[in-house]
Design a protein around this ligand. Structure first.
Ligand code: PMT
Length: 404
């Protein structure tokens, strides 16, 4: 089981840079995830953010530089006990000075010693003036951190507090939380290239009217996020939804079934696993008006629809033996029978059947109840939050691939 799905211990190391003022917001984010947060402030970080605020928000004592060699904790050596306690260490913001200290394995401060002593994954978020960031010394130090096995997350670009414009901003809190979750995940999908389709398609009749379905994209986005947490290289082909694009994932937006087909076909050649969680419109209008169609006082309006291409079946016909193709079946009746029929007719390796008539299953909900079926029958059943179900789907896909 992945640590990220339970309460985790995060050690947040805040160093001296203007972005340290965002530390309380980051602490709140981890607390809202239900994680336990402890904070170390370097001496210069104390100039930017108050230990009192961080202690109040984390509901834990905050460790500052004067605690480093203090005997106040009795036999407890702070940098060792914090290093052992942490499931993940986040250095945010990481100043140029701290990057240089970590790069040489320095242990002269509480924070550096805790990082040296920990066996937990370390994620570093450099944030500084763009010239400092691009100085060859900083580049070398950051490369060295990567070589040491730390994850170094590139800063964002934009207006910098120092008045410059360029790269050097601390990424949004969501990115920090996502990277922490990824750091806690077992990387059992490392080296795999995964494509997920998600959301609905839209088939337009004129510039202002279309037919679609209620897919929110939540299931497909959860699949994309969890595959990224587990180390996969992920492309998400998504119909129009109201969800934030997942961090770390290549997002390819599409509108119609034809566009989704084009994107999926071009991604198929280079991927190991394709999962079709999108709810693709089966039909489109036989003709699309360039101008808004007038009402003309008609009581009944007749339109004609034509078949859309079946994307899953198209991919099933070109799939290589080393590739795994997974479909979904959204059913209102005869769940297993109908899903098995789709599995076979579309040339899929596995199908995930969800019963649309069940509460908390299928379209729009945060949860799903699914039965995974292979050519030999039921593989596993799962219910719960869509992220938990997504993890279960990946477990099953990896098991299938292990067998093939
Ligand atoms: O997005 P959410 O709100 O989280 O909801 C999730 C979901 C219900 C949309 C998802 O769990 C799901 O079931 N997706 C598939 C819905 C669907 O279109 O099922 P289907 O039984 O009509 O199609 C079977 C499979 O063929 C699907 O993998 C579908 O992507 C694929 N298909 C269908 C039609 C078509 N023209 N091309 C296709 O590739």
């Amino acid at each position: 089981m992945n640590l990220r799905s339970k309460k985790s211990n995060v050690l947040l190391c805040v160093t001296g840079g203007i972005a340290a003022y965002k530390a309380p917001h980051i602490v709140r984010g981890f607390v809202q995830l239900g994680w336990d947060v402890r904070v170390i402030l370097t001496e210069s970080a104390e100039a930017f953010v108050s230990p009192m605020v961080l202690a109040t928000l984390s509901k834990n004592r905050v460790w500052v530089e004067k605690d480093f060699l203090s005997v106040e904790g009795g036999s407890q050596i702070p940098h060792i006990s914090l290093a052992e306690w942490a499931d993940v260490v986040i250095v945010a913001p990481c100043s140029a000075d701290t990057a240089s200290r970590l790069a040489i394995g320095g242990g002269g401060r509480l924070m550096d010693s805790a990082v040296l002593a920990t066996k937990a994954p370390v994620v570093v978020f450099p944030a500084m003036n763009v010239n400092m960031l691009y100085h060859p010394a900083t580049r070398e130090n950051l490369d060295r951190l990567v070589a040491l096995g730390y994850t170094v997350v590139d800063p964002d670009s934009g207006d910098l507090a120092c008045g410059y414009e360029g790269q050097g901003r601390l990424p949004d809190r969501e990115v920090i939380l996502e990277e922490a979750k990824r750091a806690l995940s077992v990387k059992d999908m490392d080296g795999l290239s995964v494509v997920v389709t998600a959301g609905p398609t839209r088939e337009f009749m004129d510039p202002v009217r279309f037919i679609s379905n209620p897919s929110s994209g939540k299931m497909g986005y959860a699949l994309a996020r969890t595959a990224w947490y587990r180390g996969a290289d992920v492309e998400l082909i998504t119909g129009p939804v109201n969800l934030t694009p997942p961090h770390g994932v290549k997002v390819s937006p599409v509108i119609s079934a034809q566009e989704m087909l084009d994107s999926a076909v071009s991604a198929m050649g280079g991927c190991d696993i394709m999962v079709k969680a999108a709810a693709v419109g089966d039909y489109r209008f036989s003709s699309v008006s360039e101008k808004k169609i007038k009402r003309k006082g008609l009581d009944v309006m007749e339109v004609s629809l034509i078949n859309n291409p079946d994307i899953a079946a198209t991919l099933g016909s070109v799939k290589r033996p080393d590739q795994t193709l997974v479909g979904f079946a959204a059913e209102t009746d005869n769940l297993t029978l109908n899903a098995t029929e789709k599995l076979k007719s579309k040339g899929l390796d596995m199908i995930v059947a969800n019963d649309l008539t069940e509460e908390g299953s299928g379209f729009g909900s945060n949860t799903n109840r699914v039965i995974m079926l292979g050519v030999e029958g039921v593989l596993r059943e799962m219910a719960g939050d869509k992220e938990i179900v997504a993890d279960g789907i990946w477990d099953q896909v990896l098991e299938l691939r292990g067998k093939s």
